[in-house]
Ligand binder design. Structure first.
Ligand code: NAD
Length: 396
């Protein structure tokens, strides 16, 4: 099959296996070039390990700390006619690289919200690792089925209190125009908290703790975004922001659970960047395109892997972590510098479809978006026939 990108709105419905593998290798290479991470974790569980921040967490654990990694994700394998999902190919490539480096890696593909998945993970930890000393919670999902009641909840990306009108970039038509997003109902707010809040993180840690598979001094982190005033109406102060606030509540509860193993739970605040999830959020593609331009000019630009290396070295595994007043690791300090945000504020009202490429770094935004699906990487011959079926013995 010759695989060319099929972009529909804010998603790309196919992926290139060799391009995804190259993307994973690039991140591994970055980590290998950094100074080794001292006193890092040995046995790591990453929930949401196949793309974005979770994949970067897994790569940092394995190639920065030499850790054994167990990954959980929800990805699609290829068929003869359809390519697999990017996360499938990323994970296949990660497995290959881990094997070549002599590093244990196993992955379980399925619904992380289910009780069955938690049990499979516990069984695998008991059989292979004994205990884990780091649990990364990096899920981003539009839906969650409650494992006890079977009810399916859907999250929404909506403002709270009043409708919100702001300029947005339509990445399909390349138009920059005002969009109005209707305010969320109380039920939609509650459902979004149910999907993207801290409940499932807590269920994971409770299950792992009860099964006795958390090592002494075990750490756990879940990821959030806070942002600044341009994105607050659609993120920080919106339905997703409410769900993320619930992570702070969960972190406190988890810290109590972890006290028996002298463990530690933190929310980590990461910067805005292009992932499959962030590209679905209105306003974000334009905000990120502006931010990329400014942060590149300031020489502070970072992707997932750079953020994760800093989270390990400046948050999780240092004696002097940068914590805020609610005990969150702050890795978003460069994005939130007042000078940086002031420049965003200046550019934001000026951007139009005509000057998009001049005033923003949409070019990089788009290139990074395509890269998420394995397209546009150096050294890959996209004209060549490739077999989309990449088999890996992920545990099902
Ligand atoms: P992503 O879409 O790249 O990754 C999501 C991961 O979750 C994938 O591995 C996917 O397979 C997995 N997943 C989704 N539903 C699942 C399910 N039911 N069962 C098992 N696995 C499932 O997303 P991302 O942007 O890397 O986001 C990860 C976390 O980081 C989220 O909590 C997000 O809010 C946070 N975050 C993102 C940004 C950003 O700008 N992208 C910024 C700060 C924080």
């Amino acid at each position: 099959m010759i695989i060319t990108p099929k972009v529909r709105g804010f998603i790309c419905t196919n992926a290139h296996p060799e391009g995804c593998a190259a993307n994973v290798r690039e991140q591994i290479e970055y980590i290998k070039q950094q100074p080794a991470i001292e006193d890092g974790p040995k046995n790591v569980l990453v929930i949401g390990a196949s793309t974005g921040y979770g994949l970067a967490s897994r790569i940092t654990s394995a190639f920065g700390c030499g850790a054994k990694t167990l990954g959980v994700f929800f990805e699609k394998p290829a068929t003869e006619r359809r390519t697999g999902s990017a996360g499938w190919y990323n994970s296949a490539a990660f497995h290959e690289e881990a094997k070549a480096a002599g590093l244990y890696a196993k992955s379980i593909n399925g619904d992380a919200f289910s009780n069955e998945m938690k049990q499979k993970v516990i069984d695998t930890i008991k059989a292979d690792l004994g205990k884990v000393d780091l649990v990364v919670y990096s899920l981003a999902s539009p839906r969650r089925q409650d494992p006890e009641t079977g009810t399916l909840y859907s999250s929404v990306l909506k403002p709270i209190g009043k409708d919100y009108t702001e300029k947005s970039l339509n990445t399909d038509t390349m138009e920059v125009s005002d969009v109005t997003i209707e305010k969320a109902s109380e039920e939609e707010i509650a459902n979004t908290i149910k999907v993207m809040g801290g409940e499932d993180w807590e269920l994971w840690i409770n299950a792992l703790s009860e099964a006795g598979v958390l090592a002494d001094n075990c750490k756990t982190a879940a990821y959030t975004y806070i942002g600044e005033k341009i994105t607050w109406p659609i993120y920080g102060h919106a339905t997703i922001g409410k769900a993320k606030e619930d992570l702070d509540r969960a972190a406190k509860a988890i810290n109590e659970t972890l006290s028996s193993v002298n463990g530690q739970a933190n929310v980590a605040v990461l910067k805005a960047l292009v992932t499959q999830s962030s590209s679905a959020i209105p306003i974000m593609p334009l905000y990120i395109s502006i931010l990329y331009k400014i942060m590149k000019e300031e020489n502070t630009h970072e992707g997932c892997i750079e953020q994760l290396y800093r989270l390990f070295t400046e948050g999780l595994y240092t004696n002097s972590p940068r914590l805020d007043d609610v005990n969150r690791f702050r890795m978003d300090e460069k994005e939130l510098r007042p000078e940086t945000q002031a420049k965003v504020d200046v550019l934001w009202p000026q951007v139009t479809a005509e000057n998009l490429f001049e005033l923003t770094d949409y070019k990089s935004y788009n290139a990074e978006f395509m890269k998420l699906f394995g397209f546009g990487l150096d050294g890959i011959d996209y004209e060549k026939e490739v077999d989309p079926v990449v088999t890996v013995d992920f545990l099902e």
